[in-house]
Design a protein around this ligand. Sequence first.
Ligand code: ASP
Length: 338
Amino acid sequence: MTKLLIIYTGGTIGMVNNPKTGALIPFDFDQIKQNVPELDRLNYVLEVHSFDPILDSSDMHPDIWAKLARIIEVRYLEFDGFVILHGSDTMAFTASALSFMLENLSKPVVLTGSQLPIGEIRTDAKENLITALEIAATKKQGKAMVPEVCIYFDYQLFRGNRAIKYNSEKFEAFRTPNYPKLAEAGVHLTFFKNYIKLQPKEQLLVHTDMNANIGVLKLYPGITPQAVHAITRSSVHAIVLETFGSGNTTTAAWFVESLQEAADAGKLIVDISQCMGGSVELGKYETSKKLEQMGVISGHDMTFEATVTKLMYLMGLNLPVEDIKFWMAQSIRGELTA
Ligand code: ASP
């Protein structure tokens, strides 16, 4: 029989109202089980690993990603697939991080959660949980149908490192603006095989060292030298530059000099766009030509979540700077279109 491991980290799916404050707080897995008696009717062997403490995902941290990656590594051969119950707020970060940490993944790791707690009458949690389990169990010729880290939410399956949380109220909380969905759940579960990763040829390799020494510089017209210098002159090892359109910045001399100074000091600078859809094209406009010349890395069409976690992962591998620059601009887990 198919064996699945549910890893419960927390999130709205299992929350209840704090009787003192009225605010939502995470609660234990038992009340999820009580609200989904259907779990017993599924034809799978289910085991639950509950986090202690359980979290609102706003408290997510690279150390917890490492813990998740290790649980999957240790229990990898025992299970056919893994479903991670997680708050939606930082789900796209965790999915992106795990996609880099779990190299040569041959089994599904499906993250899901919900917008309404499982105890609410109109909850979206039941469908999300049950279908996530079905996806994790689906096989084709004896092998996992979706051998990747993905997010299942509101009838859609997404590649994890392409996803963003785009809506805090709709049941459709996630989108992948730069990549097609991997599957859709209607009367049937329809998988879009052309977009799903192939089975790897090598064995699973788990990487848990993440270097989070990263600064973020989101541009806006009128940004001051003080605001820019707070990042460019700080001790961070890498800067994620959130630019306009296809990767453009102001051409003001002081700004270009600040970036040059940071690049000369050995900081990695990655250019991603503030636009949700489309890609960075360094050198397309005069306004990004200078960036290209000073060695700014194109993040192409990567999400912010994928960019930050990929930097943490590559810097955690302690690679030479030139190698990190090279790999940042290449797809290593299907996270970008170059
Ligand atoms: N604050 C919650 C969390 O991310 C929101 C959710 O689960 O949807 O844990």
